[in-house]
Design a protein around this ligand. Structure first.
Ligand code: MSP
Length: 525
């Protein structure tokens, strides 16, 4: 048994109609950073991700590829599973919506809605517009007219996706009955939707009135069968959203994991799918008499050189391309440093190289390398003794042990990792300034005792930075801590304090560069 507080965080689950791209990678890294931050802060974290494998979009892509849907989704889902390894994602589970446990959970939530609110699901006929790309229904009023290259008129969804006219027998969910309850939820829990701009978008949408939604399809078969009516498959979004409870044991609501982790603390998603998460999902949960998640956090989109990533433009970046070019941790760092909270972020090769070199190679890497090399050479490879502390020493140590972490914690709670990193790199700059001002290389002859204290202070700051960087650049931060011989169970935030300073006399490893400097002439992404 653990007395740690639980923290449950999820990503959206990706459609398996194509290979993962930088946008998917960004969401994984963002969520992973939060999960790692929470673990370091003493929480018992459950981090779930997965793949969304049903629906017409996936079925159509499989057909185009001449494959059975199951064989096709097995192939693509594996690429998403592989991506979690490539990116060093610390997820605790991975739900594929084609797994038996997920069929069970999806059928159970359907039945829970029917049992608790029998009038909320009714059979009727759907006649209206459907966008396969978004797997979403749209009202006539939301569409725009467009002409294709051959001059044919057709209609487009607000997302720019083509729509098709659908008429079929369908079960409906009485979403219209939930508008007031949803508005009450947003009012009672003002941070249920973040950032505020998204919250306002959802509130005004709900205030404009909600229509009942179709929650089953009959003109294709690739989905979870509706309980007691196998002519229908469940609407892919009802199926997909349910993954968040599949992963913690639903329908066994008495299970340890469900009891511990539901309601989720954070659903991390992209800004394009807020309606599904902030309107449909809470309404389904209310109807099934399940608790509400605590927060939906919508991040922005990653653009490439100012343009939306798209296959037709040919600017889609595969996560592995960046890892090959910059290394994994610099790629992770870049994405967390460059994308402002909840906003779109732009990726450009030129800027990436500048950022990686200035912060990681010349900043943190150089600080750690020169501090530890001086110790290795001048202090017999051991953490030196600490003498009387000057004001400058105390100021730097206070920055490391107190001031930095106050800001880091505050910003991380809001997923403002760019700000948290800004705070961490203020310490790097401060410490690099301290090295120059104290000039330990001149103290070597003039005052070796003082030199030892200066080098001790520097090594201590490097230790703190090693711990603070664990969420962002886990492998490299661990290498820094390995060099300092910090035991694995001392690598968390509780060890950032005056009481847990480095032990003098500890033998350190021969320091090796952690962040290589990149050559700006490397091939552009
Ligand atoms: N399958 C649905 C989600 C179901 S969740 C119950 C879906 N899949 S997706 O593959 O299209 O997108 C997965 C996630 O990646 C979404 O949160 C989406 O917003 C995000 N991104 C897709 N492209 C993106 C960028 N270019 N940039 C950042 N995130 C983007 O939607």
């Amino acid at each position: 048994m653990t007395d740690k507080k639980p923290f449950y965080i999820t990503t959206a689950i990706s459609y398996v109609n194509g290979a993962p791209h930088l946008g998917h990678a960004y969401e994984q890294i963002l969520t992973d950073t939060m999960a790692r931050h929470k673990r370091l802060d003493g929480f018992d974290v459950m981090f779930l991700t997965g793949t969304d494998e049903h629906g017409q979009k996936v079925a159509k892509t499989a057909e185009r590829e001449g494959m059975e849907p199951q064989a096709f989704t097995d192939k693509i889902a594996q690429k998403f599973i592989d991506m979690t390894d490539q990116l060093n994602i610390s997820n605790d589970d991975f739900v594929r919506t084609t797994e038996p446990r997920h069929y069970e959970a999806s059928k159970a939530i359907w039945n829970a809605i029917k049992t608790n609110n029998p009038d909320d699901i009714y059979l009727d006929k759907y006649a209206g517009w459907y966008s396969v790309r978004d797997e979403a229904y749209f009202g006539e009023g939301e569409l725009t007219d467009a002409r294709d290259a051959d001059g044919n008129e057709h209609k487009l969804a607000p997302t720019g996706a083509p729509v098709e006219w659908v008429e079929e027998s369908s079960y409906f969910f009485r979403l219209s009955a939930y508008a007031d309850k949803l508005l009450e939820l947003y009012t009672a829990h003002p941070d249920f939707i973040e950032p505020d701009a998204r919250r306002n978008e959802i509130i005004s949408f709900v205030k404009s009135g909600l229509q009942d939604i179709s929650i089953s399809r009959t003109n294709f078969k690739w989905g979870v069968p509706v309980p007691d009516d196998e002519d229908h498959v469940m609407y892919v979004w009802l199926d997909a959203l349910t993954n968040y409870i599949t992963g913690i044991g639903y329908p066994d609501t008495d299970s340890d994991s469900y009891q511990k982790y539901w309601p989720a603390d954070f659903h991390v998603i992209g800004k394009d799918i807020i309606r599904f998460h902030c309107i449909y999902w809470p309404a389904f949960l209310m109807a099934a008499k399940l608790e509400m998640p605590k927060k939906v956090f919508a991040h922005g989109f990653i653009n490439v050189n100012g343009a939306k990533m798209s296959k037709s433009v040919g600017n889609v970046i595969a996560p592995q391309d960046l890892i090959d070019l910059y290394g994994l941790d610099p790629t992770r760092y870049l994405l967390m440093r460059e994308v402002p909270h909840g906003q779109d972020g732009n990726f450009s090769h030129e800027y990436a190289i500048q950022r990686i070199n200035s912060d990681l190679a010349n900043g943190l890497g150089n600080l750690s390398q020169r501090s530890l090399s001086m110790i290795y050479k001048n202090c017999e490879g051991q953490i030196p003794q600490i003498g009387a502390l000057t004001d400058a020493d105390k100021k730097l140590l206070n920055h490391a042990h107190d001031r930095m972490m106050v800001v880091v914690r505050e910003e991380c709670e809001k997923m403002k990792f760019n700000r948290a990193l800004e705070a961490i790199f203020k310490l790097v700059i401060d410490a690099n300034g301290y090295v120059d001002a104290q000039a330990p290389w001149t103290l070597k002859k003039e005052d070796p005792v003082r030199m030892e204290t200066v080098l001790y202070v520097l090594a201590e700051v490097v230790r703190v930075l090693g711990i603070a960087m664990l969420p962002y650049t886990p492998e490299s931060a661990n290498k820094i801590l390995d060099q300092l011989k910090i035991p694995a169970n001392e690598r968390d935030y509780s060890f950032i304090s005056d009481e847990h300073m480095l032990k003098s006399g500890t033998e350190i490893d021969k320091p090796e560069g952690i962040f290589p400097r990149l050559d700006a002439n490397d091939k552009a992404a």
